[in-house]
Design a protein around this ligand. Sequence first.
Ligand code: HT7
Ligand code: ZN
Length: 886
Amino acid sequence: PHAIHLRDYAPPAWLIDTVDLHVDLREEAAIIRSTLAVRRNPASGPASGNAAAALELDGQELELLAVRVDNRLLGPDDYTLTPERLTLAGLADHATVEITTRTRPQDNTALEGLYKSSGNYCTQCEAEGFRKITYFLDRPDVMARYTTTIEAERARYPVLLSNGNLTASGDSATEAGRHWARWEDPWPKPCYLFALVAGTLVHIEDRFTTRSGRDVALRIYVEPGNEAKCGHAMESLKKSMKWDEDVYGLEYDLDIFNIVAVSDFNMGAMENKSLNVFNTKYILAQPDTATDTDFLGIETVVAHEYFHNWTGNRVTCRDWFQLSLKEGLTVFRDQEFSADMNSAPVKRIQDVQRLRQVQFNEDAGPTAHSVRPESYIEISNFYTPTVYEKGAEVLRMYRTLLGHAGYRKGIDLYFARHDGQAVTTDDFLAAMVEANGQKPTDPLWAQFQRWYSQAGTPVVSGEGRHDAAAGTYTLTLRQTVPATPGQPDKLPQVIPVALGLVGPDGKDVPLTLAGEGHAGDTTRIIPLTEAEQSYTFTGVPQAPVPSLLRGFSAPVRLDFKQDDAALTFLMAHDSDAFNRWEAGQTLATRLILADVDARAKGAETAVPRAYIDATAQTLARAGEDRAFAALALALPTEGYLGQQRATVDVDGIHAARLALRRTLARELNGAFRKAYDGNRTDGAFTITPDAMGRRALKNAALAYLMALDDAPARALCLAQYQGATTMTDAIAALALIADSAMDERAACLADFADRWKHEALVMDKWFAVQALSDRPDTLDRVRGLMDHPSFSIRNPNKVYALVGSFAANPSKFHAADGSGYAFLADTVLTLDKLNPQVASRMVKPLARWRPYDSGRQEHAKAALERIVGTTGLSRDVHEIASKSLV
Ligand code: HT7
Ligand code: ZN
């Protein structure tokens, strides 16, 4: 397979103005007739040889039935057909091309293009799925107006949907029992935003009036029986529409917005113009079937897809290297929306946890790539945490550097300039800085550009020095950007460091840089641009404790010299909630890693009294913000702890982390029990931040108590499981029971499965708790569960729940005998024949084998070599597995 490079981008030789699709859905096959109005692209000009350029259309797994040009039926000698291309040469400058193809959606297990889910037809075209529906210029810089006519049997497929407005419908004039519907989308769009749905679906309906008075019909379509589970998604949609008007000044642009939820979907959802298609996981929720995390996930994903209507659809990407243009920006938008709807500090902590857990890992491994990658073999492999989450951090840094008002000016100019266009991250940067009277060539912004082009997580180190006599505090910061595959040498980046100095009284010191006339704010943004820089603050009579990177102002690793006492002080006093949490995490990380080292030598460390007291303080003050307290009580994950070490001591980290949990559970047993009892929420279910905070805190306390796995904790946990009225409480208890050696374990798991066997999304949770279990026989059980009647390897949610969760269980997946790796390789090879995109996602946990001991390295390499050595491997899996071995 050959790589595609950003540097080779050339504008398309042809453009497509209109597309008229006729989709005839039959049980044996779908017949698609596509009529394209094409013309040579004046912008690609004769200089590029365009005067004679043939029309080269992409197509995959299609059976070509007929081609007509300007109504003339072509013979096989009039075109060239290869497995991936239909080429028409000698066309006039404008032509009407009509192509008829046949596909078999019922055999499409890859869930890309046109496929069937639970008997209903649906599509997934991003990134390159449209070419599996018809021959086309399948690239985002070709934008056309679509008319879509769908024809199908009325009884089986009463609902026929596509993009835009329904303009006509009726019964088939020639065949009894068949009907049709025509949809017209007035907005030009790239083909990746095309969608079609046909099936037996029911819907709930609501309305939203935009600020300019447009009355929009909102519909959510689901399989019959699920309509009562759509209320939260609908509320989330209306909140998103309002928020985008209020915060970004962006209004919806059609009279209808449809969402369809399907149970077989490779990702979370898809922002097709006015016809979003969702994984059921991000639509369906009721208190007894969905956790608080699910409710929050729905709110975020519904918002994300809605926000794409402007950031992605109205202004789209020129090419797939620019993916972060829409994804980074839209993730940033959904993060801020969720922060505004809930608790901003809690949301920021959760977003940073995810960034560190998955993106930092990617940035440090063999598949590291920049936010704007330079090359790819399979674009589906680049829907990554780097493009999404690190991309969102880049947007946040624009806002940090330009201020909220400056950021908004940049956004306004971006849309004023580029509405209706397919553009690049350079265009975005230019709009941002020019709206603020600056230039992309200014040194700061030329350097900022490296956030798009350099991979790797920068490391910021440094120290501070207080001069009591002069009343100054001098901070020295250094940055390095690590080498990553293909990028051995890095240049310094622009790192906005949000800084505060906390005085001995616990109050922030107003910050005045030497040379400034007057005192400034208590949090200041210092743009670190050099490899090393020093800053001297005046008017600091007493030694302060520095609080760096407040709000996690840049996606970097911070290695600042600070003793345990300073961290304990920040835990209690920092005005920045993120850094209060961060100080506690840093302390816990130090303690656990010291114990890991001691255990490697056959010893153990004692937990300092100060740390236990600080945790007791967190518990005592938990009522101030319970959700925050729950996060502050959670110890750093094994994955995060492993990232802090050159060689991951899998078992040592697992044991040391558990030991700290047990010590805290023993020392603070009464306080945990009090937190548990004080936060029972037996009243009516609500998803207010307060109610969610209570559940989070109560379940955090229960988890500590269960770390001891003693009789009182077991009884409490069992009672919670049996009496739970919310899925949040039920699954929290079941997860702890699944870790425990208690006698009731098997009965509880069986009870849960029996109760929920008809709820696919709830069964996913049941698979996940068992795959994440700490019990020694977890892998055997996971293997067994693959034969469970509720499991299907064809359903991505099931694969993520069982196999994905197992791969996220550090001590089981990284078992020293390599059994976890071998199991994953077996699964990947089975999956690859069915669904390469999901298979490729499952390879990733194997990719990061380098930081493990030599025994594990050999096992992981053997698993990867077995994958790479398999004939007939998909491009998707081959790219990730082979890059992982380099
Ligand atoms: N923009 C959507 C991407 C997506 C996707 C990509 C590859 C394969 C399947 C997919 N399903 C959806 C999702 C989003 O970021 O909003
Ligand atoms: Zn997106």
